[in-house]
Design a protein around this ligand. Sequence first.
Ligand code: SAM
Ligand code: SF4
Ligand code: SF4
Length: 357
Amino acid sequence: MHPGASPPPPEPTAFDGRPGLIDTRGRALRDLRISVTDRCNFRCTYCMPAEVFGRDYAFLPHSEVLTYEEIHRLAGLAVGLGVQKLRITGGEPLIRKALPDLIAMLAGLRTPEGDRVDLTLTTNGSALRALARPLAEAGLNRITVSLDSLDDEIFRRMNGVDFPVARVLDGIAAARDAGLAPIKVNMVVKKGENEVSIVPMARWARDEGLILRFIEYMDVGTTNGWRLDDVLSAAQVVSAIDAEMPLEAAESSYRGEVASRWRYRDGSGEVGVIASVTQPFCGDCTRARLSAEGKLYTCLFSAQGTDLRAPLRGGASDADLRDLLESIWSARTDRYSELRTDATSRLPRVEMFAVGG
Ligand code: SAM
Ligand code: SF4
Ligand code: SF4
């Protein structure tokens, strides 16, 4: 350095102490959720209600969906900028053709420190029997299965297509046989629909050694008719379980963990609750979401994303795309859940099945 010259600015560091892209509130970009399709074979009442997503609904034409090569390129750039975890989602990701091919491509990515990325997937479990093994062999590390009830009647009603719960349970068994452990199970709790399933699900997951997380029903998208009154709070979920199987609060495993963890006092395991509505965690939110058509969203409740497909298909260099990602993340101010009211739930926003939750 020349005498008198000022030292170079320090590398920005986030609350986890690692270098990376930092937004206006000090949050690093660590987690990228990639939606591989906007289509789904379910019509869950809280996500894609059947009345709205009927036969005539116009899903994206194939040409508008990112190819696996395009996804791989963007994911690689994001990993170079500090992303450590990739989650494949949808729509229903397992209905996209040859998904293990994409998993194999993403499993080859390395962080700047030379580490593998944590590669996981969220699915409704309906096609896991056939796909669990090919996915595991392609390099998938873990899996999350969404399951809202063990009661066949309630489950069939909530998934909107009369799909039997036994097939999802069989899919979970296939995932376990394929070595995709630990398996997480997500249950969205909607008042009046499945609160009677809370305790049976907790007992079952504990007995099966699955990591169960209860999710508060959120005002995602614009079609589910969300009302605050339909939300059963995480605190109510915890107290319902505690009354039958006593719980105590457990420490979170890392900063930015969205689930609060509760341990059974008899040492038999734990459950998590994701209180996105009643106890927002925007301050620790390190996630971006890439939609199937290649738009990047920095919040689940964003009205608009930034189109990455046009530059990608228009010949942008890696440096151009990196600059774009940097400029999007460094301008990020999102904290929707901290500001939520019944009125904000009527603002325009992206649909959940488009960005994958
Ligand atoms: N189809 C896959 C599945 O259901 O697991 C992946 C996509 S789905 C949109 C991702 C997650 O979002 C699921 O666990 C689902 O239960 C959750 N989800 C969808 N709508 C929701 C809502 N209104 N409130 C809370 N969670 C929701
Ligand atoms: Fe499909 Fe998942 Fe939405 Fe249910 S939650 S409709 S399975 S995308
Ligand atoms: Fe992150 Fe937006 Fe959810 Fe807040 S509301 S936790 S910023 S996705």
